[in-house]
Design a protein around this ligand. Structure first.
Ligand code: AMP
Length: 507
């Protein structure tokens, strides 16, 4: 303990006799450790340096551990001769090598249950833990003095919570993957403003703003400023409709701690009609100026050739979503000889098997975290296909708003697929029986026919394998999203199918 305290003190910036700052001491260096050993262990020259080395690199732990299993039935190791360290379990206190202190529960060697952590930076967290990460309800006091009290998941702010800034500003509302997202209230102390509205990816997108004199306005927001058609309800009873112009987009990055919102710099206001505030005005203004459509994130699933491609095209067109097809991404990767993931995936795909979960998960997570997907929403086609993939989505905060599952008989699919052909020049898909090429801007029917190719995994044998793989995983996916999923009978006309999907997505 004494060693640990001295090591932590030495890690801090030092001052020399004249009060000037010096570099922190290199605690892993021989010189420091030697000196400390002489100071603290003068009588035990062999034990001392070893204990110091261990504390510098591993810290200290006082607490319970997993009991050591029996060596053989009925034979226990005498603890006096037991040098093996088992994982931490139950209550314990860890003095980390870098100065972090944790006191609380452990499971399987990880923080799990209730516990308090004081980080070397000065930040303090008291609350729930799961598998080593902050989870459940907890309160964090950041090094700068700001606090967050609320729900956590996977180590980040997620769910409902209150963030209090050092300047007295406060946000109470919903969080998603560490950012303000959803409904919330932001109280800005300096100007006496109260924002009640909707946040997306950490940014305010629409709000009712109440000012200190009781007047309020309703508007959409961009870069912290009101923008577009807006309405004021003045405290003297007058209602004014108008327009905010000249909002500039601010593209600043979010930090780990939350930046307090800047006061909205006045956008140019073009006032319009003047009326009186009656009971309905507020409600009307809220509907008219503050309605923002939530981002639509859709998963579409179905056996190969169930009409998934056609439905996906319609969805993307109608709602402006980014189409993310794992099959397409993998095929592109397989064609690139230098792409290691692609070459690995190729063997599985040509066999009609699913590629390993960890490979596809990292590809999908990276894609869906790109800006276009976050801003426009996405249509995920071909993922998840296993229960593991569905569970991993949740871990990465990738959660669909709707899941569409197309259902189609196996024989229908085999007939559809074995006649399916690709035009490599235009990327269009034809079918020898149901959708043969016709004369068009792409060439004459005969020309197109001549260049059509068949996908390597479109043979009957491979299709049957792909169908078996799909069937074994369908239930897992359906179970993971049962409350937001619709199963569509895909043996019908595509117009009918589309109407059904559209109604479901707009509910
Ligand atoms: P698709 O075009 O969606 O039928 O995908 C073609 C092939 O890519 C599949 O047969 C699999 O080998 C592979 N694949 C696509 N998506 C996934 C996924 N989510 N998990 C595992 N393998 C996938």
């Amino acid at each position: 303990m004494q060693v640990w305290t001295k090591v932590q003190a030495a890690r801090k910036p030092q001052k020399n006799e004249d009060g000037e700052e010096e570099d922190p001491i290199d605690v892993s260096g021989e010189e420091f450790q030697q000196q400390l050993a002489e100071e603290l262990y003068a009588g035990e020259p062999t034990e001392g340096p070893f204990a110091i080395k261990r504390i510098v690199s591993m810290g200290l732990y006082f607490g319970e551990r997993t009991p050591r299993p029996e060596v053989a039935p009925g034979v226990k190791v005498d603890p006096a001769f037991d040098t093996e360290v088992t994982p931490k379990k139950g209550m314990g206190v860890t003095l980390g090598p870098e100065g972090d202190v944790y006191a609380g529960e452990y499971k399987a060697g990880k923080r799990h249950g209730r516990g308090a952590l004081r980080a070397a930076t000065g930040a303090v967290y008291v609350g729930g833990w799961e598998e080593g990460k902050k989870s459940g309800q907890g309160r964090m006091t950041y090094a700068d003095g700001s606090t967050y009290d609320g729900a956590w998941k996977q180590g980040v702010r997620h769910g409902r919570g209150t963030y209090t800034h050092t300047n007295g500003d406060m946000y109470v509302g919903e969080w998603w993957a560490n950012q303000k997202q959803g409904q919330g209230r932001y109280c800005q102390k300096a100007q006496g403003l109260m924002y009640e509205g909707t946040w997306k990816l950490g940014k305010l997108v629409s709000a009712k703003v109440t000012m200190s004199d009781g007047s309020c306005f309703f508007s959409k927001f961009e870069g912290g400023r009101p923008v577009g058609p807006s309405g004021f309800a003045m405290s003297n009873g007058a209602a004014i409709m108008g327009n905010f112009k000249g909002a500039e987009k601010a593209g600043e990055e979010e930090e780990e701690t939350e930046e307090a919102a800047a006061p909205p710099p006045p956008s140019t206001w073009e006032g319009g009609e003047l009326g009186a505030v009656d009971g309905m005005t507020e409600q009307r203004m809220r509907e008219q100026y503050c309605t923002v459509k939530p981002t639509l994130n859709v998963v579409i699933s179905g056996p190969p050739a169930s009409g998934k491609g056609t439905a996906a095209e319609e969805i993307v067109k109608a709602y402006g979503l980014v189409h993310v097809s794992t099959g397409d991404m993998l095929r592109a990767a397989t064609e690139d000889e230098s792409n290691e993931d692609g070459q690995k995936a190729k063997e599985f795909m040509n066999e009609g098997q699913l590629v390993p979960d960890e490979l596809i998960i990292s590809i999908v997570v990276a894609r869906l975290q790109q800006k276009d997907c976050l801003e426009k929403g996405w249509l995920l086609d071909g993922f998840p296909r296993t229960a593991v993939q569905a569970a991993e989505m949740q871990k990465h905060f990738i959660v669909p708003t709707k899941v569409v599952i197309l259902e189609c008989g196996d024989d229908v699919i085999v007939e559809r697929i074995s006649g399916r052909r690709l035009d490599p020049q235009t990327g269009k898909i034809y079918h020898l029986t149901f959708n043969a090429p016709a004369d068009s801007e792409d060439g004459t029917a005969a020309e197109i026919m001549e260049r059509l190719t068949q996908r390597e995994d479109d043979t009957e044998e491979t299709v049957r394998k792909r169908l078996a793989a799909y069937a074994s995983n369908k239930t897992a996916v359906q179970d993971a999203f049962s409350n937001i999923c619709m199963v569509v009978d895909a043996n019908r006309d595509k117009g009918v199918i589309w109407e059904e999907i559209k109604t479901f997505l707009e509910q």
